[in-house]
Design a protein around this ligand. Structure first.
Ligand SMILES: *[C@@H]1O[C@H](CO)[C@@H](O)[C@H](O)[C@H]1NC(C)=O
Ligand SMILES: *[C@@H]1O[C@H](CO)[C@@H](O)[C@H](O)[C@H]1NC(C)=O
Ligand SMILES: *[C@@H]1O[C@H](CO)[C@@H](O)[C@H](O)[C@H]1NC(C)=O
Ligand SMILES: *[C@@H]1O[C@H](CO)[C@@H](O)[C@H](O)[C@H]1NC(C)=O
Ligand SMILES: *[C@@H]1O[C@H](CO)[C@@H](O)[C@H](O)[C@H]1NC(C)=O
Ligand SMILES: *[C@@H]1O[C@H](CO)[C@@H](O)[C@H](O)[C@H]1NC(C)=O
Ligand SMILES: *[C@@H]1O[C@H](CO)[C@@H](O)[C@H](O)[C@H]1NC(C)=O
Ligand SMILES: *[C@@H]1O[C@H](CO)[C@@H](O)[C@H](O)[C@H]1NC(C)=O
Length: 225
């Protein structure tokens, strides 16, 4: 594990240094009428007041990229504190981790097979904010902007959001942890799929939730599109 992490870091630094000119730019905009603390891997995190944007350069070939919004945060001058949703170890500048569910997640891998970018919006960590992901190239825009919180099933309700059943119940059925065979939609996952047909509603929801664009595109991410 440690070796893998070091290697990833090495590759990341090497790629960043040698092909910085080939980075894709992710422009993250807070269109909500409240403050959102954006989080990104790679990228870290920033506070975005309404109408503010944040630009992140992501190196060619990056895998495991993700962007999400955090809500109702308080941080001290050193950037330490906490958020109601999406918190990343209490840090303003997230350090290569996942946010605490619930949080609506943008995911991407750049310049993969055939130099294609893969991207999606995932509700596998639940939903906290409406999000849109828009390539600047002429490729599919993905949006999850339905009222997922308002109609959230009682058992999935969480402060500031709606949890995925995997987070709440942690079973192999909801989390697909026993492999893909036998892992399908559930009544709970169908709730998310009905609200946001283009977003991942459970871990193996690939067929209707993964999008591709030719490598080289930039992207816009909008909270509250
Ligand atoms: C990001 O998008 C916003 C909203 O469209 C725009 O005002 C801003 O100039 C963009 N920022 C960059 C760096 O492109
Ligand atoms: C934000 O917008 C919502 C819906 O349009 C509205 O109900 C709410 O009062 C607004 N909040 C603020 C702080 O402007
Ligand atoms: C954000 O921009 C919109 C459209 O330009 C404008 O109507 C709104 O007043 C702005 N909100 C804030 C808080 O500046
Ligand atoms: C979170 O922040 C929003 C917008 O500022 C506010 O309306 C809401 O009451 C806050 N929720 C909690 C639980 O503090
Ligand atoms: C970020 O993570 C790295 C690796 O896990 C760790 O060495 C470093 O101390 C962390 N930084 C902060 C500010 O927590
Ligand atoms: C965008 O792609 C669609 C479908 O591939 C095509 O019909 C449309 O003409 C393209 N638009 C532009 C401006 O290239
Ligand atoms: C979920 O369950 C697995 C075992 O089935 C356990 O290893 C894991 O720690 C659990 N996760 C959480 C977040 O409780
Ligand atoms: C990214 O790198 C791949 C191979 O490493 C290359 O084929 C591709 O042209 C690069 N893409 C961009 C947009 O620079």
């Amino acid at each position: 594990m440690a070796v893998t992490k070091s290697l990833s870091l090495f590759l990341f630094v090497a790629i960043s240094c040698t092909v910085a000119a080939q980075a894709a730019t992710f422009n993250v905009t807070n269109n909500c009428n409240f403050t959102v603390w954006a989080a990104a891997v790679p990228g870290g995190g920033v506070r975005l007041n309404p109408n503010e944007s944040w630009s992140i350069d992501v190196a060619n070939g990056t895998t495991g990229g993700r962007i999400w919004g955090r809500t109702n945060c308080t941080f001290d001058n050193a950037g330490r504190g906490s958020c109601l949703t999406g918190d990343c170890d209490g840090l303003l500048v997230c350090n290569n981790t996942y946010g605490t569910p619930p949080n609506t997640l943008v995911e991407f891998a750049l310049n993969q097979y055939n130099n294609l970018d893969f991207y999606d919006i995932s509700l596998v960590d639940g939903f906290n904010l409406p999000v849109q992901l828009n390539p600047t190239y002429n490729c599919s825009s993905v949006k999850c902007a339905a009222d997922v919180i308002g109609d959230c099933p009682t058992q999935l309700q969480a402060p500031g959001g709606c949890n995925n059943p995997c987070t709440v119940f942690n079973t192999t059925e909801y989390c697909c942890t026993s492999g893909s065979s036998g892992c399908g939609p559930t009544d709970y996952s169908k709730y998310f799929k009905e609200k946001c047909p283009d977003a991942y509603s459970y871990p193996m929801d690939d067929a209707t939730s993964t999008f591709t664009c030719r490598g080289g595109s930039d992207y816009r991410v909008v909270f509250c599109p």
